[in-house]
Design a protein around this ligand. Structure first.
Ligand SMILES: Nc1ncnc2c1ncn2[C@@H]1O[C@H](COP(=O)(O)OP(=O)(O)O)[C@@H](O)[C@H]1O
Ligand SMILES: CC(C)(COP(=O)(O)O)[C@@H](O)C(=O)NCCC(=O)O
Ligand SMILES: [K+]
Length: 259
């Protein structure tokens, strides 16, 4: 069985793939100082809790935080006896190499999203990932990642308002019913929610105009469901897109990779 690990700047997600489906999805906060032993204590407790018989033979990691990879490697080697495949490292080959400026280090999560989305939908796609950052990944007709857009994430923007303005409280994001807020919290929620709706619409429209071929949009990431509820922004919402991309890249490396 394959253990897929997606480490974002906020959350680290583990998912066990048995070759046909994901048996479980486990989430913890991302923390570079977490040790291999701490990962295993957390992981084995939850796997036992869910009654899963997991025989892990392979591990694949995508991490937007380079520092966590060391402990995840140790975790994989110590507890499953396998050397993990790490997206972005030279020994991990991609089915569709990205076409970007030379020397650019594309976030591995974005490359994984692109592969996952192309596998499910074919080419000419915009993947919108509502993570710590809100990213737009553009997938060309042949499946290559060809660039995109990085905007500040929803929670990051909320936190920035709170940090910089003495009278503004910390607010949780929701879907406001009205635009005109009649109290401070409602005003902030409206600004962030409708501001992001506008951001997504405008950026997608401009990408489409530049790309010149019809494109599908796919949303993923922790906060994607919030934006799918009331407004028609995306063709598909796929919460497991990054995990699916990891299974695609793993299978490709089994067939074509250096090991
Ligand atoms: N169900 C949820 N409700 C509200 N906020 C969430 C939920 N899931 C994730 N988040 C928040 O959404 C943001 C993005 O989460 P995630 O996609 O896990 O980010 P990353 O991949 O960058 O670690 C984070 O700020 C996280 O706290
Ligand atoms: C843009 C990101 C910070 C998004 O990370 P996330 O929100 O998933 O934690 C990450 O993909 C990254 O560090 N990218 C490197 C630069 C690039 O992709 O061009
Ligand atoms: K992400």
């Amino acid at each position: 069985m394959l253990l897929c690990i997606d480490c974002g700047n906020t959350n680290t997600v583990f998912s066990i793939w048995d070759g046909e489906r994901f048996l479980c999805t486990l989430r913890t906060s991302t923390h570079h100082a977490r040790t291999a032993d701490a990962y295993f204590t957390w992981y084995s407790t939850l796997v036992k809790h869910y009654g899963i018989e997991a025989d892990i033979t392979d591990v694949i990691i995508s991490s937007t935080v380079p520092r966590v990879v060391f402990n995840l490697r140790v975790f994989s080697e110590r507890f499953f006896g396998c050397r993990p495949l790490v997206v972005g490292k030279p020994d991990c080959v991609l089915p569709h190499p990205p076409r970007v400026d030379q020397g650019t280090q594309v976030g591995p999560d974005r490359l994984v999203n692109a592969e996952g989305a192309f596998d499910r939908h074919g080419g000419d796609l915009i993947v919108v990932d509502f993570g710590t950052a809100t990213t737009f990944d553009v997938v060309d007709t042949d499946g290559a990642y060809i660039g995109g857009v990085i905007a500040p994430g929803v929670n990051l923007s909320l936190e920035a308002l709170h940090m910089a303005a003495a009278a503004l409280p910390h607010v949780d994001i929701t879907t406001p019913e009205k635009v005109i807020g009649t109290n401070t919290v409602a005003c902030i929620q409206s600004g962030i929610f409708w501001g992001y709706v506008g951001l997504v619409r405008e950026i997608c429209a401009r990408i489409r105009a530049e790309h010149a071929r019809p494109m599908k949009t796919i949303a993923t990431g922790g906060l994607a469901p919030l934006f799918q509820q009331n407004v028609d922004l995306f063709d598909y919402l796929e919460e497991d897109l990054t995990m699916h991309g990891l299974t695609v890249i793993h299978a490709y490396n089994k067939e074509n990779g250096a090991r």
